[in-house]
Design a protein around this ligand. Structure first.
Ligand code: MG
Ligand code: MG
Ligand code: MG
Length: 307
């Protein structure tokens, strides 16, 4: 119970896994030895590629927390995306790069750092610098992988100059070519061949609640949108099932082309909200969003705006 558990969001992405690992290391270096990194779900193929490349084990799985458990949140703050039992946990620290969610609340005082960078790992790299913590080759490689992942190799509108600058410094320490390594890593994440539809929609999926409307935005990266659309009906069945089981009002699945930097969306539920948000006509449950790759900057705020 004395242990402080560190974790990112459910359906963890590379940034959530790396942020937890690096914050654990940072805390320990600063003398806080009671911390331990966890993951709230399976590690995706892209993250696996990065962990294997730099020889790091994935964190242990955490399914729920008991009342009063001390926790540190990274790469998220909304309770919809956090561990089961978070409402009664004791949040002692948050390091994040998202907006503060409606559902976020703490009973006690806390240490909170939030910066609007394209990646939480950029913020952690900065915190290491501020605290004079040496970033070794392994840590640099992991942090760089997370930045490449969250910014889609600097192509996302969420990417800032700070992300680019820190990534360059990290690539030097990690001794990798950013573009070569980055594309290989992103491509490892687009291998969807052995996913069942219900798994595919859960690789990178987040829940939001705004003004009483509960919605889900999931994203899959691909090098070929038509490949993913070839199983559109099966995907829609899985989305419908998820919506029923979780009382979701609107479900948007972004199928993102990481080469061309566009997204095709499949929308179920209150489609009129999405039509208004993106100013498109949804036909046959789908629409094409040119130049849209970021859930955080190009999708969620527009839905919230309508709501
Ligand atoms: Mg994330
Ligand atoms: Mg992130
Ligand atoms: Mg992401």
């Amino acid at each position: 119970m004395n242990e402080i558990k560190i974790f990112g969001h459910k359906n963890p992405d590379t940034d959530s896994i790396v942020s937890a690992i690096v914050l654990e290391k940072m805390e320990k270096t600063l003398g806080n030895t009671a911390v331990k990194a966890y993951r709230l779900g399976n590690v995706n193929k892209e993250t696996k590629y990065a962990l294997e490349y730099f020889g790091v084990n994935e964190p242990e799985l955490l399914e729920k927390v008991e009342e009063g458990q001390k926790v540190m949140l990274v790469d998220h703050n909304g309770f919809d995306q956090s561990v089961d039992g978070i409402e009664n946990a004791s949040i002692v620290k948050v390091v994040d790069h998202h907006n503060i969610a409606e559902s976020f609340k703490t009973a006690g005082p806390l240490y909170i750092v939030a910066m609007p960078y394209g990646c939480n790992s950029t913020l952690l790299a900065k915190l290491c610098k501020i605290n004079n913590i040496d970033i070794d080759k392994t840590m640099a490689g992991l942090l760089l992988s997370a930045i490449i992942s969250d910014t889609l190799l600097f192509n996302s509108p969420t990417c800032t100059d700070i992300d680019k600058q820190i990534a360059k410094e990290l690539a030097k320490i990690a001794d990798v070519d950013i573009n070569k390594y980055g594309l290989d890593m992103l491509k490892a994440g687009t291998d969807l061949s052995d996913f069942k539809p219900e798994e595919l929609i859960n690789i990178d999926s987040k829940t939001y609640s705004t003004n009483g409307v509960k919605y889900q935005v999931a994203q899959v990266n691909t090098a070929s949108i038509p490949d993913v659309l070839s199983v559109k009906e099966k995907i829609e069945n899985a989305m419908n099932k998820f919506m029923q089981e979780n009382s979701i009002d609107l479900y948007v699945l972004m199928i993102t082309d990481i080469i061309e930097n566009n997204s095709q969306i499949i929308v179920l539920g209150k489609q009129e909200i999405a039509e208004k948000a993106f100013n498109v006509k949804i036909e046959n449950n789908t629409a094409f969003l040119e130049g849209v790759v970021s859930r955080k900057k190009q999708v969620v705020p527009y839905i919230d705006n309508v709501l």
